[in-house]
Design a protein around this ligand. Sequence first.
Ligand code: ADP
Length: 586
Amino acid sequence: MKSIQWRLVFIYLTLVLIVMISSGTFIIWQIRDNEYKKIHNELKNTAESIRENIVSDDGSINPRWKDINTWVGDRSIFINKKIYILDDQGNIIIPDTEENGQEQWNKRVVYETIISKKPAVGDPVQILEGGLVQEYVDYAYPILVGDVLKNIIFIRASTQETSNSIAIITNIIVIASFLALFITVIFGTYFAKTLTEPIKILTRKAKEMAEGHLDTKIDVKSNDEIGQLTESFNHMAEELNQMLLTISGEKNKLETVITHMADGILAFDRKGHLIHANPAAHTMLDMTDKEQYFYDIFKRNGIELSFDEFLTMKPGYIKQHLMLVKDKYINGCFATYGRKKGESDGVIIVLQDVTEQKELEEMRKEFVANVSHELRTPLTTVKSYAETLLDGAVDNKDLALSFLQVINNEADRMTALVQDLLELSRLDNKQVKFNLKSVNIAQLIIKSVEQHQILAQKKNQNLGYSITNEKIIINIDPERIQQVLSNVISNAIKYSPEEAKINVSLSEEEDFVVVKVTDTGFGIPESDLPRIFERFYRVDKARSRQMGGTGLGLAIAKEIMEHHKGKIYAESEYGKGTTITMKFPK
Ligand code: ADP
């Protein structure tokens, strides 16, 4: 009885049944009541007729009528009735037969009349006669003389016919009821179907919608409540569809952002199982598809972390961990997400590659240490020489002069250092303005070589150039490039012994103009070669200082070359010589 259709049919049936039973009962009761009332009247008339005919005024019975049943047999009024005359005690006087006393009388009716001296009627009784059930009604009528009960007329009337006709009517009503119930089932099923069919369609479509087919529209067939419900359903589906489209659009956007972002993102469920990892996270932690659990991923990289510790973190709280993965510094931000019944659903980790920041930080620290160190040596020298002078050395003129010379040299060195630092700082901050113009680089080289000739001659070095094409025009800032050339040539002179050969060559490549400064000097060990362009890096510190170097010359040269979109690099064989190559884009 789960479907509404059958429930409706059941309701119809119950209603029809109630109506039929109540109306049937009422009809039968009415007919029966009417019939018995008629019988009672008839019995009363019969009794009165008998009284008139056989009872004299003093109440005595005319003996002529001893065989009363034979007499009444002629008259229609007495048909189907047995008549007895009783004395005042209820004993049969007429008919005087042997069967008397064997009749199954309704004694109650007789006694009622004896006591009340009024006519009494009994309820219909059913008696078995010759194998057939017969229905009778007993009736007692008092014969009174004045106030004294003389005799009683007792009539037993057969009501079998009435009973039969009531039974027929009952049967008709029962059959009619069954017919009505049968018709009710047929029509009820049909009516209920017209009601439940749209609901069924609606339910089916709602199920389809729930499965995600939100674009299916339901036909609105009527304007009644179900029609309105269908319309509301269609509207709801449309809204839902729109909302889902918006949400999935947002989700796509978010997914694209997460996929392409530089930061790594990892999401784990409560059990530490990996749910999501973007490509950046894969790269940062060098993950393979086999690693599906928190501990697998981190332990493989040698990182010991407690997943439970993160899982029990308060919402909105973030824990940071700096991890060294291979040669990279990765900063991990750990946070929990979702919180049903006070428990988080898992852990989200955002990974940031902070190697560059970390290196910059290191470089900054190193730089400060280097600057302090570079300044401390000359300052200590100046201080100690000045103190010696103050302590009396000033009186010895020759000594004082040589001391002052040292102080002056150290001051020069500090000035050079500060100037180089300022120059680098300006280059870093892009404060240096480059005056780019078309310049004949050949002329610039010749000029630089000539400027360093005296310095080279002092060391008996052979400084020359080999230029095949004396007119190569490129777009550069001549002063800055002159500075680079000067630094590289002076380095070649500084780091080469006496009699060494230094050559500056100029050549052209497809896209570049190439300047090479080659010397037959001390050379640079292979391990130091990649670092000579770093700030303050010196292969032989003592020699560099002795030569008045600051360790910043090549760093400045590199900055200037990069500003020209050019390159500078060194090739060297330790003990044999060095070549510094500068390439300018054409
Ligand atoms: P510095 O002021 O010490 O010369 P640079 O930055 O110019 O500083 O050079 C860095 C270091 O590179 C020098 O200290 C030196 O050790 C090495 N170097 C540079 N040029 C040469 C060269 N031609 N031959 C050998 N070593 C060189």
